[in-house]
Design a binder for this molecule. Structure first.
Ligand code: SF4
Ligand code: SF4
Length: 370
């Protein structure tokens, strides 16, 4: 029997099916809202009803047992409703002001800090990292934990000029929303994948690998063996490869992880909101810091330096990128003590969009490389 469109199980369900009743009743009728304290918001409806939102930070991974404990709190204080935000927070929507303090106390006992609204750092977004993914150059949840331990005060109290968003992605596939965060920490590979011919010839679909490579860096290769037989494999053009790891997703014969050459880069100034200058992508601040697990002290120290420089000089409501635009990039490097190197200059000749940006490049440089 054919299923109707509504019965098919794909895509998210309509969010309106899951709204707490008080939100459903007052949908589109909000008069005003205010922040009571970091992590607690009050919304007042035209009908006079009041809603209290309590936001708590959470790590990247939580056990199902912990989810059940959070559900118990939702049953006790929020009529059975809670939601997990895309920035790794958990929110409870309360229709009774008297439940705010007991909920905060119970969350504290579970180890969940309340905060992350107003002029605070938000929960750090992280992708799955070393444990669950095949292409990471660094461990996002580990970095998230090391950073948040250092920035905890900025989460629970309002000491910053405005909101600060931080994200960590283990590689340039960017599952961790790094391109639109004030500070983005991005794992980088610095070598193309290794090719293990025996594995490629036995376990991999070579045409699919060639088609999947975004920079056409993969070519087929035939190897003549001493016994007269041939082996079908591939070669990778290191000049073209951008270390995305997509080929490794298709073929276990092209591993990209490299303990010596993998590490972390730091990008700054991204934002997604339309306020003032509009949305912006992050730009490179630090090209490479070697991995130093489990606490990545060099990365934490550099991020702290960037935040301190911004927090001590930015005007109220001035996001990281807006502050940098105002003082200038030269001044940013000066104030943070980060070294400006040739690696900050985009010279990747296979990025046609960037290399076509100037007449000089079009006329001379592209010809040189063609
Ligand atoms: S960003 Fe990279 S390392 Fe992280 S989950 Fe995505 S593909 Fe894996
Ligand atoms: S890592 Fe990415 S760019 Fe490099 S060869 Fe594999 S698919 Fe192509």
């Amino acid at each position: 029997m054919a299923l109707s469109f509504d019965e098919l199980d794909f895509g998210p369900p309509d969010y309106k099916e899951m709204l707490p009743p008080i939100l459903e009743r007052n949908y589109g009728k909000w008069k005003y809202h205010e922040e009571i304290e970091p992590g607690v918001y009050k919304h007042v409806s035209e009908s006079g009803e009041e809603v209290y939102t309590v936001r708590a930070g959470q790590p990247k991974f939580i056990a199902s047992e912990t989810v059940l404990k959070l559900c118990d709190l939702a049953d006790k204080y929020a009529n059975g409703y809670l939601r997990f935000t895309s920035r790794h927070s958990v929110e409870f929507i309360l229709d009774n002001k008297d439940n705010v303090e007991p909920l905060k106390k119970d969350l504290a006992e579970l180890g969940f800090p309340v905060g992350g609204t107003g002029r605070t750092v938000r929960s750090i977004v992280a992708c799955t990292g070393w444990v669950h993914c095949h292409t990471p150059a660094t461990d996002s949840p580990g970095l998230q934990k090391a950073l948040m331990d250092e920035l905890y005060d900025y989460f629970v109290s309002e000491k910053l000029p405005t909101r600060l968003t931080i994200a960590v992605s283990g590689c340039l596939n960017m599952c961790g929303a790094v391109h639109c965060s004030d500070i983005a920490i991005l794992g980088v590979h610095r070598r193309p994948p290794k090719v293990i011919d025996e594995v490629v010839s036995k376990a991999c679909e070579i045409p699919s690998m060639i088609a999947a490579c975004p920079t056409y860096a993969i070519k087929p290769k035939m190897i003549k063996k001493e016994d007269g037989t041939t082996l079908r494999s591939i070669s990778i053009d290191g000049e073209k490869c951008m270390y995305c790891g997509i080929c490794y997703g298709l073929c276990p014969g092209t591993p990209i992880a490299d303990p010596k050459n993998d590490g972390v880069s730091i990008w700054v100034g991204g934002k997604i909101s339309n306020t003032r200058g509009g949305p912006a992508f992050s730009r490179l601040a630090v090209p490479f810091i070697p991995n130093n697990p489990p606490r990545w002290p060099e990365v934490v120290e550099t991020v702290k330096k960037i935040i301190d420089a911004w927090a001590s000089d930015a005007k109220p409501d001035e996001r990281m990128g807006e502050w940098i635009e105002r003082i200038g990039w030269a001044e940013f490097f000066e104030r943070t003590g980060i070294e400006f190197t040739h690696k900050h200059i985009d010279d990747y000749i296979f990025n046609i969009r960037d290399m076509n940006a100037g007449a000089r490049v079009k006329g001379r440089e592209l010809k040189k490389f063609s």
